[in-house]
Write a protein that binds this ligand. Structure first.
Ligand code: PLP
Length: 439
């Protein structure tokens, strides 16, 4: 049976479908197409545009850096923008992190994290640690290694042959149908069955995104996973590509549980979508006495001054405008209002998520889901009606519509978002009642 990949239906060679509207310009929470149609960005694109579109401070930083120097190569020159960005990231992450490895995307940051894990254990002479425990559902990126670590069957189907031979990723899933994510019992069982001495790392998102649809790893589960890692010598890796830099109401998603991952994978919110950049924050324990700079990390464009200056401006804006606190407040209100709205529709469940990474679960019979996933249909209808929301999930249980607007969203824009979402859901229900589509 083919796997479902909710958000990728329109992807062609050029990564864009001819049927898509052409975006012309954007400001704050709104995007306008070339026909002048307005869209409220209710998902920050793919949960990336954390501070909204067209922020003048960021545009000024970009053009200022572009006029000075756009590119230097990391083995030939240092760049003030990179030095400042590293100081900003480490300053906000706390003393636990010692250095930053830059990449061009979240997927590449996952790859770097996997390599850091292997370097760590090999340096310790612990070469038998080859297993990575990964939660189902999960998504860690589109490159081969990152996909191998992802519990996202639809996206990794074509790589099955490759992944079968590298069989070191151990999926950890919920035991029953009551919970979407694995609990303490399942994690303990996975450590016991794989053998603590064989486990190199646990990789997990504090709150699920494309695959997990805003399912939150409960704090007590996260803490128990950390204990299991510490007791066994495995590293704890938090994938914060979606949750990092204020999205969940804290600077990082793992802070809610009070855990300290050894490596934090970031992307998206690091530059708020203004430029391609990703990064791994490397904890004290990972490379004792050594630096990632001594190892073969990095790509041609990683740590380029233009991306660094852009990300620095975005992070300063996020910090100075206290957007994490704002996300906690706005998220609580939005979640309550989404719950009230969802009650009106039999095909919606109770909203879940944290801060401004929220999702409304979408309920559908398995057969219908395989034929025409309802979350995807809701998102298509929403876009037609001027609202961008994001389809997520890999099964009927995880299927959801992500609602994750920029952290800067104002009260009247939340009203507008809910109005357009209600209109969307009414339209979808009417079409179902008229027999045009099945739910
Ligand atoms: C949790 C998570 N990890 C990794 C990635 C991959 O990031 P990128 O698309 O920048 O490669 C994503 C992207 O959606 C993500 O949500």
């Amino acid at each position: 049976m083919p796997s479902i990949c909710l958000e990728d239906e329109d992807i062609h060679d050029m990564n864009q479908s001819p049927s898509l509207p052409i975006a012309a310009w954007a400001e704050g929470c709104y995007i306008y197409d070339t026909n002048g149609k307005e869209y409220l960005d209710g998902s920050s694109g793919p949960i990336a545009v954390n501070i909204g579109h067209g922020v003048p401070e960021v545009l000024e930083a970009m053009s200022g850096q572009a006029k000075r120097i756009v590119f230097t190569y990391r083995t030939q020159f240092a760049s003030q923008a990179v030095l400042d960005l590293t100081a900003e990231i480490l300053g906000t992450a706390g003393k636990r992190y010692r250095e930053v490895v830059y990449t061009n995307s979240g997927s590449e940051a996952t790859e770097a994290a996997l390599r850091l894990v292997m370097h760590h254990h090999q340096a310790e002479g612990d070469t038998g640690r080859t297993a990575i425990l990964s939660q189902i559902p999960s998504y860690h990126g589109m490159t081969a290694g990152a996909l191998a670590t992802s519990g996202h069957p639809g996206r990794r189907e074509h790589l099955r042959a490759l992944h079968d031979h590298s069989a070191s990723v151990v999926p950890v899933a919920a035991g029953g149908s009551e919970h979407l994510l694995p609990g303490i019992a399942e994690w303990e069982a996975a450590f016991a069955s794989v053998g603590a001495h064989r486990i190199a790392a646990v990789v997990l998102e504090p709150v699920g995104g494309a695959a997990g649809g805003a399912a939150v790893v409960p704090d007590e589960v996260f803490r128990r996973i950390e204990e299991l890692c510490r007791a066994s010598g495995a590293l704890l890796v938090a994938d914060e590509v979606m949750t990092g830099f204020g999205r969940t109401g804290a600077w990082f998603g793992h802070e809610h549980a009070g855990v300290t991952p050894d490596i934090v994978i970031t992307g998206k919110g690091l530059s708020g979508g203004y430029t391609p950049i990703g990064a791994c924050l490397v904890g004290d324990r990972v490379l004792p006495g050594r630096s990632a700079a001594d190892l073969a990390f990095g790509h041609t464009m990683s740590g380029n001054p233009l991306s660094a200056a852009t990300a620095l401006a975005v992070l300063r804006y996020t910090r100075e405008h206290r957007l994490a606190e704002r996300a906690a407040r706005t998220g609580a209100t939005l979640r309550d209002r989404l719950a009230t709205l969802a009650e009106r529709f039999s095909f919606l469940g109770r909203p879940r998520g944290r801060g401004l990474l929220l999702a409304v679960p979408v309920l559908q019979h398995e057969e219908e889901f395989r034929r025409d996933p309802l979350a995807r249909r809701i998102c298509r209808t929403a876009q037609r009606l001027g609202l961008i929301v994001y389809p997520a999930g890999v099964s009927t249980r995880s299927q959801a519509v992500l609602v994750a607007p920029p952290l800067t969203i104002k009260e009247n824009e939340i009203d507008e978002l809910l109005l357009r979402l209600a209109r969307t859901l009414d339209t979808v229900r009417t079409e179902a009642e008229q027999g045009k589509v099945a739910v």
